[in-house]
Design a binder for this molecule. Structure first.
Ligand SMILES: [Zn+2]
Length: 407
């Protein structure tokens, strides 16, 4: 089984010609549609590479065709890897060179239409980590996202799914106000650990309400016809910065926690059960009568969390499965649970009682009454994994990770 993970690296804008990259993307779009257009003023080496991908059977990038005619299509590029011991792997005519000796990535000719033009960016730690895990960066892509130039790197690794130890890690994904609850069920069917993972809600609320307050102030200025004054401009900037801060914080939190949980599963050789009933959380938020903006914030990056989590589980060969684990139905007798104060769920029929976030863990206990320990199983494929030997288009690589900032 081949697992893939991807990362986006922002390229220095002053060293890239955005219009040139846009033209390359248009050419790639045409290639997807079976057109070979040889543009005289574009380097032949790039065009050869694009059309080379078309006939290349295991093409990663040409797995799915863009739906619209002028859809922005990322430009697939081969890579050459130069390792610390001097060995080289990949295409000798590659325009993207990963130099592990000097710890840089060299990008030739795709950033600006000038003969021999190249730029150098530092090697992200992410790449080194993937390579140390036995991964290989065979492909790269260049393209624009929100009109900014990026290089995408795709890591590939052959994974052997592991033999489960009988431990299960249950992950219940909710909106951030309740967070992601996880529980560990040990091989003797006891809940060994249980904890909700919640971001700093007070911080989020503070930022959110501050932005709201400033928006009101800005609205007032607008009504007075003063929306192009320096004061209004300053307010607008401040609001934008606050909102960006909220989302950046949640994105970071999601990424960190997804990674931590994957590492936990790996350490325990656990099987993973995921309940991603984000819809249920949405309904719950509606019932709480929260302002619409805050509702949106609490749901932000929850889907991304699930994507990141499953992509990494695949990468490390951890078997996982999606399972509906209700939190409002009694896991003992199936009676409807009522919610008491402090989000405690109680069954009026059999007396079962548990914190709301822990109910799914009890369901998981019931769903898998006996751990499946089968060391001689011939096909220990991940239960919910979709990974196969088929070429996977980039759209299926899972969530693209953000490089960690060096602090
Ligand atoms: Zn009951």
């Amino acid at each position: 089984m081949i697992a893939r993970r991807a990362i986006l690296i922002r390229l220095p804008r002053d060293k890239c010609d955005v219009n040139y990259i846009r033209r390359l993307m248009a050419l790639t779009n045409l290639a997807h549609r079976g057109f070979e257009v040889w543009v005289p003023d574009l380097p032949k080496s790039i065009q050869y590479q694009i059309y080379g991908f078309k006939s290349y059977k295991n093409s990663l990038m040409f797995g799915t065709a863009p739906k619209r005619w002028f859809a922005k299509t990322w430009v697939p590029l081969k890579t050459l890897r130069v390792y610390g011991d001097g060995t080289r792997k990949g295409a000798t005519d590659a325009l993207v060179i990963l130099d592990f000796k000097k710890n840089v990535i060299k990008i030739h000719q795709v950033c600006k239409n000038e003969p021999g033009y190249s730029i150098e960016v530092p090697m992200p730690r992410w790449v080194v980590e993937r390579v140390n895990e036995g991964g290989d960066i065979k492909y790269a892509m260049i393209g624009l996202k929100n009109d900014k130039p990026y290089l995408a790197l795709v890591a590939e690794r052959v994974v052997e799914p592991y033999v489960p130890s009988g431990c299960r890690l249950v992950v219940d994904v909710n909106a951030w106000n309740n967070g992601v609850a996880y529980g560990i069920i040990n091989p003797s069917n006891k809940i060994a650990e249980y904890s909700p993972l919640r971001p700093n809600l007070r911080l989020i609320d503070t930022w959110y309400h501050k932005a709201e307050k400033l928006s009101k102030k800005l609205g007032k200025l607008k009504r007075l016809g003063l929306d192009s004054t320096p004061e209004a401009k300053g307010l607008r900037r401040e609001i934008k910065a606050l909102r960006r801060k909220v989302y950046a914080y949640l994105r970071d939190f999601a990424q960190k926690k997804a990674h931590e949980l994957v590492m936990k599963a790996l350490r325990l050789r656990a099987e993973v059960l995921i309940d991603d009933m984000i819809e249920e959380s949405r309904r719950e938020l509606l019932e709480m009568k929260l302002p619409r903006g805050l509702r949106k914030v609490y749901l932000a990056e929850t889907r991304r969390f699930v994507k990141l989590f499953t992509t990494q589980l695949q990468w490390y060969g951890v078997p996982y499965e999606f399972k509906r684990l209700p939190s409002t139905v009694c896991p003992i007798c199936g009676h409807k649970l009522i919610q008491e104060r402090g989000r405690v769920m109680a069954c009026t029929n059999c007396g079962f009682k548990a914190p709301r976030d822990k109910v799914p863990i009890h369901w998981a206990l019931k769903a898998m009454p006996k751990a499946k320990v089968s060391p001689l199983d011939e096909s220990p494929m991940p239960l919910g994994s979709t990974a196969t030997h088929e070429p996977t288009p980039i759209a299926h690589v899972g969530e693209v990770e953000a490089p960690r900032r060096n602090t």
